[in-house]
Design a protein around this ligand. Sequence first.
Ligand code: NAP
Length: 460
Amino acid sequence: METLERTTFTQTEKAQNYVNDVFETVKRRNPNESELHQAVKEVFDSLVPVLAKKPHYIKQGILERIAEPERMISFRVPWVDDQGQVQVNRGFRVQYNSAIGPYKGGLRFHPSVNASIIKFLGFEQIFKNSLTGQPIGGGKGGSDFDPKEKSDIEIMRFTQSFMSELSKYIGADTDIPAGDIGVGAREIGYMFGQYKKIRGGHEAGVLTGKSINSGGSLARKEATGYGTVYFVEEMLKGQGSSFTSSKVTVSGSGNVSIYAMEKAIELGAKVVACSDSSGYVYDKNGIDLSTVKRLKEVENKRISAYVDEHPSAHYFDDCSGIWSVPCDIALPCATQNELDELAAKILIANGVKAIGEGANMPTTEEAVDLFLKNKVLFAPGKAANAGGVAVSALEMAQNSARLAWTFEEVENKLKEIMKDIYSESIKAAEEYGAPGNLVVGANIAGFVKVADSMIMQGII
Ligand code: NAP
């Protein structure tokens, strides 16, 4: 009787049951890691039609294998603060999947960092890196170290200690870290110096996001923000629309936000609000980007200081309030789960037309569903913010060829990569019965290449 019932399952039901079973295993193996569960669920749900059409992935145990990191490293990072007190932080590196290339992904320094956050970011990175079309696998790392209000010498002591341990696991052909929240060119520079001191030589390709003089790539700093706007521009084009004359809000005021604002303004948009973790600024005349750049990149100040120089602007003490500002296009570029269901409802009520995720998983599952149901164009981070890692791979290519491309050359390559990611994602969504759904399309397009490579390489 039992066998009879099983044989009546359709391919889709079998695929759905497989997805449910593997997801339960992921939850059991990684208890209390809600961000990882959220990221895995989103990808797995998209893959049901692929698994129904290609059941050999089930026999190959592809989901079990892809959800389990090849390696998760956790280590102690002791350092001495300016008062002579010894401090200890925890460092992580997840080497998630190397089927299509060496592990590649940023390092995040933020007090919220834990195993769940590093694993969710590493898992997403597998598919994002695959989407770029470049030969890079998925990895991520970081520490619960808080760089805010630390002196420059404290930052150097911490990053050197962090790299003393991390250097055992990375290399230009093995694992290539880069920046993320709290890690910019300064931190990468100190880590590169320490890596060279320990390992010898000048292995420039071991880290990306380096300063230009140390082998960094022009346009890397701009790449994630610019790439997000290029991707959204492609998505808008599909609807006969564009950034020109649109009203835009951008959360955060860090690396991704600043360069998303810059490109949006260049394309004719008016950016009316941006934020940091303390609050947001609204300027009806349009945010003056040179002020934001100076406050954030040079003076290390809070975004509230913007209103001291711009009397037309208002500061509000609640960062999530930015989503109540009416806009045509919203670009969440700060952090995970910053745009929830309530925020989505407000944005929709105010007539938002498009969302572009510059950050990783900034929109909650419920909010994504609402946008899709209400026909708001939605660009998922995995595809939209892939420009950063794509230019990191271009930095690796320049390092190994001992070349330095011009800003224009790199930007043109970035633009082409973002267009390709958009068309691959749209094509996959169409092929698997979800036309126009870029969440599904990006997940599938990223997944298939990795899954096929894993099968080609045997059970390892
Ligand atoms: P960043 O330079 O450190 O900037 C982060 C910004 O977000 C800061 O302005 C921070 O404000 C703000 N922020 C943090 N939590 C917030 C909240 N709840 N509400 C509003 N603002 C908040 O980091 P980033 O490199 O721009 O990275 C931002 C996001 O993009 C992350 O999700 C990251 O994983 C993703 N990403 C980055 C890259 C890259 O190349 N950098 C590539 C792909 C994806 P405070 O100063 O107050 O903390």
